[in-house]
Design a protein around this ligand. Structure first.
Ligand SMILES: Nc1ncnc2c1ncn2[C@@H]1O[C@H](COP(=O)(O)OP(=O)(O)OP(=O)(O)O)[C@@H](O)[C@H]1O
Ligand SMILES: [Mg+2]
Length: 336
């Protein structure tokens, strides 16, 4: 949301850049902004003489409040408001036995990475799904998810074009008949990116760096291996998705470069949650949510000792990766 005060101080050209749809507002209100590109909105509106104001029936306070309303409506309509998600909050529900979860509330802020750990079947994916759905006591866990401390409104929860969350799934069946190039083109177009070809190349390159065997734009999506399609999804999400929340379920099963994948996905602007069984990934997070019997059991901050151990784990990971490469290339493992 932008306020009148913020609008008043902005230059016309900056407003135009940030909100291109604003031009039609000026046009509809018969306001000629030509030559005032470098003026602030206030300077522009104050330049009218008494006579002009009288003659054209210009109502400056009304123009300002109409403009504020119009911009905020458009921001919401175009799904641009996603950019202002600063936090998500999980309010407790119940575990599988109906016991209330053992925490008061848990807030995750922008640029935080949180991992979710717990035994198989304990409810990690369920927690990710609650967040994706912005649960409002209407899922099996009866949890509530707040966005910026509030229950998100209906349009945010259910509109599809305006996705709150980028969820990585291994299932790419929905794009059955397309080649990689066609799929990315479709996606880029639906995101209205300007430099389509550049973005598509960037995604393919990033994906190929994650996966072992290279593919190209003519490869049919159905011809990709599990790891390759996972790599494509990750690169696609990282580069094309504007969603402020990234949910990752089990990145490790894909046989791709996980650390690189995570680095690609994580950005200062995003909230990242990942369910994992892998100590390497779990410790890369700032904190981890421990799930037991379907409920959030505790939250542990990654401490400095663990960060040290993570360095050792990364060394071990490198060794394992190099062995994997040797195996894949048909070599013998005779040293490490
Ligand atoms: N609090 C809960 N109340 C009721 N059902 C729950 C609850 N939490 C999880 N479940 C259900 O338990 C099942 C297993 O949960 P889930 O798939 O999330 O496990 P997981 O931790 O992701 O396991 P894995 O590590 O194997 O992926 C699901 O059917 C899920 O809907
Ligand atoms: Mg799971």
């Amino acid at each position: 949301m932008i306020s009148i005060k913020e609008l008043e101080m902005k230059k016309i050209k900056d407003l135009e850049n940030q909100y291109p749809f604003i031009l039609s507002f000026f046009e509809n209100n018969k306001l000629n902004i030509e030559g005032f590109e470098d003026s602030t909105l206030n300077e522009y509106l104050n330049h009218f003489t008494e006579e002009e104001i009288e003659e054209w029936a210009i109502d400056i306070p009304k123009i300002k409040s109409d403009l504020e309303f119009y911009i905020n409506q458009m921001i919401q309509f175009l799904g641009l408001e996603k950019d202002i998600i600063n936090s998500i909050t999980i309010l407790p529900g119940k575990d599988k036995y109906g016991n209330k979860e053992n925490f008061d509330s848990l807030t995750i802020k922008k640029s935080e990475i949180v991992s979710i750990v717990g035994p198989t079947g304990s409810g990690k994916s369920r927690l990710l799904a609650d967040i994706e759905w912005a649960a409002n006591k209407d899922t099996p866990t009866e949890r509530t998810i707040l966005i910026n401390g509030e229950i998100p409104d209906y349009s945010m929860r259910f509109s599809t074009g305006n996705k709150l969350v980028a969820q990585l799934s291994q299932n790419m069946n929905f794009v059955m008949d397309l080649t990689v190039g066609e799929f990315l083109e479709l996606h880029a177009r639906s995101r209205m990116v300007e430099n389509e070809e550049e973005v598509i190349l960037k995604i393919t390159e990033a994906a190929n760096e994650l996966a072992g065997e290279k593919f190209n734009l003519d490869t049919p999506v159905t011809g990709l291996s599990g790891g390759q399609s996972r790599a494509l999804m990750i690169a696609d999400t990282a580069i094309l998705s504007k969603s402020p929340i990234v949910l990752i379920d089990e990145i490790e099963n894909a046989g791709i470069d996980r650390k690189r994948a995570l680095n690609l996905l994580v950005s200062e602007e995003k909230i990242v949650l990942m369910a994992t069984h892998d100590p390497n990934l779990a410790l890369m997070a700032d904190k981890r949510i421990v799930i037991k019997n379907g409920g959030i059991y505790k939250v542990i901050e990654t401490d400095s000792k663990e960060k040290e151990i993570l360095k050792e784990l990364e060394k071990m990971d490198k060794i394992i990766n190099s062995m994997r490469t040797k195996l894949r290339n048909g070599e013998r493992i005779n040293s490490y």
